[in-house]
Design a binder for this molecule. Structure first.
Ligand SMILES: [Zn+2]
Length: 273
């Protein structure tokens, strides 16, 4: 399991379980790790892979609060004592109260998606992000800067986007998915297209999705168009009182994903999300 350099000093590790991406951005004085995988043992493999690329001190970003992106935090921080973990305030909030609820939700999700790691997920010692980024923050890595952005709700309430301007690269978390439909279980489908407009405005050449192969701006544009079509199907369906199943059948996504999205969209319009 190794990192591939996808742009100068920007490395991506595509982890086979759940096909998750971790991004490593290496500067002269520090390196940023974006997401930390799903379990302590996965994170140990991750740290070993990081150390084949760089021995610089680490700073961590969690793109959002789903377990496959942040349950490795404790192990990564242990490998670089004093490392800061940045995330959107809603992600920080998700870790509140010892993260009991977060771990429970993660266990249920893992049982369905990757049962072989469900028990490990359930017993992971969580490490909460310590630095909330509500809108934007610039992080210095020595000879280069990285900018964290929050463009609004989409895949979750708190998707942070990482921009590496000198490499025209954006790490989009699960706002962009390759190889599988976007995941709608905690989504805001009526707001997701506008959030992706923010991502596209950065004019990236390279975009690292939360899962799957690295993509380009055109891919993100197509995903935005599909999500926009979905948004208007939901709004039209709501206006005429169409059953969620009928609307989902029209959507440019697989039926089950679309049905989850339509139900979330209807709930948003009803004010019950
Ligand atoms: Zn996710």
């Amino acid at each position: 399991m190794n990192f591939d350099e996808i742009a100068p000093g920007v490395h991506v590790l595509r982890y086979p379980v759940l096909d998750v991406n971790v991004t490593l951005i290496v500067g002269a004085e520090a390196a940023m790790v974006v997401d930390t995988l799903a379990t302590p043992s996965q994170a140990l493999e991750l740290v070993a892979a990081i150390r084949t690329v760089t021995d610089r001190p680490l700073t961590v970003v969690n793109t959002h609060a789903h377990f496959d992106h942040c349950f490795g935090n404790a192990v990564v921080v242990e490998a670089s004592p004093g490392a800061t973990v940045r995330a959107h305030p809603s992600t920080v909030e998700a870790f509140a109260g010892d993260g009991v609820q977060l771990r429970r939700a993660a266990y249920e999700e893992a049982r369905t998606l990757a049962p072989e790691i469900a028990d490990q997920v359930a017993t992971t010692v969580l490490w909460a992000p310590d630095t909330a980024v509500a809108e934007q923050e610039t992080v210095e890595l020595g000879d280069r800067t990285v900018v964290l952005h929050y463009f609004g709700r989409g895949h979750t309430a708190g998707d942070l986007v990482v921009h590496v301007p000198d490499a025209a690269t954006v790490v989009a978390g699960d706002l962009v998915e390759e190889g599988a439909p976007p995941s709608f279980s905690d989504s805001y489908p009526l707001e997701w297209p506008d959030t992706l407009t923010g991502v596209l405005a950065l004019q990236p050449s390279v975009v690292v999705p939360g899962h799957g192969a690295v993509v380009n701006r055109d891919f993100v544009g197509q995903q935005r168009a599909d999500l926009s079509r979905l948004e208007w199907l939901i709004r039209d369906g709501d206006r005429v009182g169409a059953p969620a199943e009928t609307v989902a059948a029209e959507a440019p996504f697989p039926r089950e994903a679309a049905l989850t999205a339509v139900r979330r969209g209807y709930a948003a319009l009803a004010g019950t999300l």
